[in-house]
Design a protein around this ligand. Structure first.
Ligand SMILES: CC/C=C\C/C=C\C/C=C\C=C\CC(=O)SCCNC(=O)CCNC(=O)[C@H](O)C(C)(C)COP(=O)(O)OP(=O)(O)OC[C@H]1O[C@@H](n2cnc3c(N)ncnc32)[C@H](O)[C@@H]1OP(=O)(O)O
Length: 297
């Protein structure tokens, strides 16, 4: 398993995974009964009787989406996708107060253009795999969830969030001096509508759980200790629908948004690299990182 993961990770980074379908052949049936899989940053527990896997992010301190994290996440998801017994995935965090802090800012600072391009391709791949998954995906949001963390929750079919006012969720990119890419914006617009997204994106607004529920950014609140249980109940309701009908409906709803990124994928990478290599953007990101560190002092 370790060797397979290692090889898969290097193939994913090299962009060869889809071309050659290597993972497809090798990883088949890895989860056909009750199964556990651990990588450094993610653990997956698949219940063969219900067909539901729980994918738990466990990358302290804040589950930030680094290149390694994204690679491990995408590979784990792909394995579940290929297991016919797996019909649904619940995403959650093992960390006490954070679901995910979004993209790892250190991946966007002080690195080469080649690194930024590889990182951005991995972010796109992560979004595409989760957005177009055949499985039912439910986010059990048991902590704060800014930017890329919010995006991860938004691409799921359903969101249950812990009803704790200390937690917040939203696309806060403008607060870092950066701009949410069009496919982040599309994902949010599809969920809460154009007007609310326009306000939320310009202000980099972080919603409390109650406000997130009000605007439809999350579907349901639960007490912090019940989030995963509620997510499991929701999952069984969704799994009561025949897979093929639900999946064709999901594809029909999501295809235009998915196609837009696929069509403009390379241009989007170029645009990200051009943007992030600007001195002014590097300065904003460095200052933001520094401000995060200062908050603790
Ligand atoms: C024209 C347009 C063309 C193209 C598009 C261009 C650009 C788009 C580009 C990028 C899009 C980016 C989307 C993103 O996801 S950016 C990431 C945004 N994330 C955040 O703002 C979250 C910041 N973090 C927090 O708010 C908090 O950490 C918290 C609420 C998640 C958790 O709070 P805690 O109090 O529990 O933890 P902290 O003490 O704050 O943090 C611990 C530790 O972790 C470091 N850290 C936090 N977040 C990140 C991160 N996202 N990346 C890297 N590191 C992070 C933090 O600095 C602390 O480090 P130290 O222990 O001090 O070393």
């Amino acid at each position: 398993m370790a060797a397979l993961l290692k090889r898969s990770a290097s193939l994913l980074r090299a962009g060869a995974l889809q071309k050659h379908g290597v993972l497809t052949k090798q990883a088949l049936c890895l989860f056909s009964t009750n199964m556990r899989m651990f990588t450094n940053k993610i653990s997956v527990e698949m219940d063969g009787t219900t067909g539901v896997a729980v994918l738990t992010m466990k990358s302290p301190p804040v589950n930030s989406l680094s290149l390694d994290f994204l690679t491990e996440f995408t590979i784990s998801l792909e394995k579940l996708e290929m297991d016919k017994a797996c019909r649904g995935v619940i995403l959650t965090s093992a960390l006490p107060r954070v679901f995910s802090a979004g993209l790892d800012i250190t991946e966007m600072c002080g690195k080469s253009a080649e690194h930024y391009a590889a990182f951005w391709r991995a972010v796109q791949e992560f979004w595409l795999k989760l957005y177009t998954s055949n499985m039912v995906t439910v986010a059990a949001i048991n902590g704060s969830c800014p930017a890329g963390g919010c995006l991860m929750a938004l691409v799921c079919d359903y969101r249950v969030m812990a009803d704790d006012p200390k937690f917040s969720i939203g696309l806060n990119e403008t607060k870092l001096g950066i701009v949410a890419p069009f496919w982040f914006k599309d994902t949010m617009t599809n969920t809460i509508g154009n007007r609310e997204t326009e306000k939320a994106l310009q202000l980099g607004y972080m919603y409390s759980p109650a406000d997130a529920l009000k605007v439809g950014l999350v579907d349901q609140l639960a007490s912090a200790d019940k989030v995963e249980t509620v997510a499991s109940t929701v999952m069984s309701e969704w799994l009561a629908i025949p897979d093929h009908a639900r999946h064709l409906t999901k594809s029909m709803m999501r295809k235009p948004t998915r196609d837009r990124l696929v069509t403009h994928r390379d241009a989007d990478i170029t645009s990200f690299v051009n943007f992030v290599t600007k001195d002014s953007i590097q300065k904003s990101l460095q200052m933001y990182l520094e401000s995060l560190k200062q908050r603790k002092r």
